[in-house]
Design a protein around this ligand. Structure first.
Ligand SMILES: [Zn+2]
Length: 302
């Protein structure tokens, strides 16, 4: 007797399971998530996914442990569709409606994914021709309930919102540094520690007429003058960042870094799509972030 599966339910569930298996197949596991030791043995399979047992602390774990969406009740396909929509910069409301998940879930997922991207893309070194530019934005308390208590802080009695300095830098490598480095005014010490230390000695710094960065460039380059093509993502850094934040209807300062990492991912012109983002970035390493580490704020749901 042939069992019919007219609605393709079995096929659909098979595809979901196969997708999950394929996704985890290449995930690197190199330590026990509980005690961090490297002594563990293979311990059978669960639903086709390899399990392990730690020889030191005895816990069992699998290739799915501490993955980005470990413990999520939603299936892999929904996550992938969500990532696709995120890459299309769709609003949370749109994602929630389309994937039949709650707005709150969509909010957490977006932050989990942005947090993972953030862990991955910061360059260790900037080499070759290094373009740098800055932009200053106003502190943004979007979604914060105690805005009054923040505004009356002792540091800024007149200007209610501090300036946040975002510095962007790109060398010859396929990565870009974009971070909020300091508040209020230019701080050379912090600049040197957080960014200049990453720039290799024999590199050449290109600036875009910012008075602080031009000093840095002059000091670094000495007498060298190279004719270098401008890097538009940094030449128009200010308007690029402004446009980017507009897509999200403004970004709260405390989430700034996550959205800046997302910006980098887009601007690097890497060929990204939900599939390779998932396979190459989101799946490897301990990306799991507990929902209670992301503060949920109601009027953040744009
Ligand atoms: Zn262990």
């Amino acid at each position: 007797m042939i069992h019919q599966d007219i609605k393709f339910e079995k096929l659909d569930s098979h595809i979901r399971q196969t997708l999950k298996k394929a996704l985890y197949h290449n995930r690197r596991v190199d330590h026990c998530p509980a005690c961090n030791c490297r002594e563990y043995i293979k311990y059978g399979f669960y639903k086709g996914i390899q399990r392990y047992k730690c020889k030191v602390c005895g816990i069992t774990f699998s290739k799915t442990t501490n993955a980005l969406w470990s413990y999520s009740k939603k299936d892999t396909r929904t996550w992938m569709e969500f990532i696709e929509l995120l890459l299309e910069k769709k609003s949370l409301r749109f994602c929630a409606r389309k994937l039949n998940i709650s707005l709150v879930t969509a909010f957490y997922w977006r932050h989990k994914i942005l947090n993972s991207i953030n862990l991955d893309i910061t360059p260790d070194k900037l080499r070759g021709v290094v373009h740098i530019e800055k932009t200053i934005i106003r502190e943004n308390f979007k979604g914060c309930r105690n805005i009054k208590s923040i505004n009356i802080s002792r540091d800024c009695p007149i200007n209610l919102r501090k300036n946040v300095w975002i510095i962007g830098a790109k060398g010859d490598d396929d990565s870009m540094f974009v971070k909020p480095l300091f508040n209020s005014c230019w701080n050379l010490t912090t600049f040197n520690i957080k960014l200049y230390s990453k720039i290799e000695k024999d590199s050449y710094i290109v600036h875009y007429d910012d008075r602080y960065l031009s000093q840095v460039a002059r000091r670094h380059n000495g007498k060298r003058v190279l004719k270098v093509e401008a890097y538009d993502n940094l030449r128009y850094f200010r308007s690029n960042i402004k446009k980017w934040f507009k897509v999200f209807h403004g970004v709260a300062t405390k989430y700034l870094q996550r959205y800046l990492s997302f910006f980098v991912l887009f601007k690097l012109d890497l060929e990204i799509n939900s599939i390779n983002l998932m396979f190459q970035n989101l799946l490897n390493g301990d990306k799991f972030i507990r929902t209670n580490r992301i503060r949920f704020i109601k009027n953040h749901l744009y």
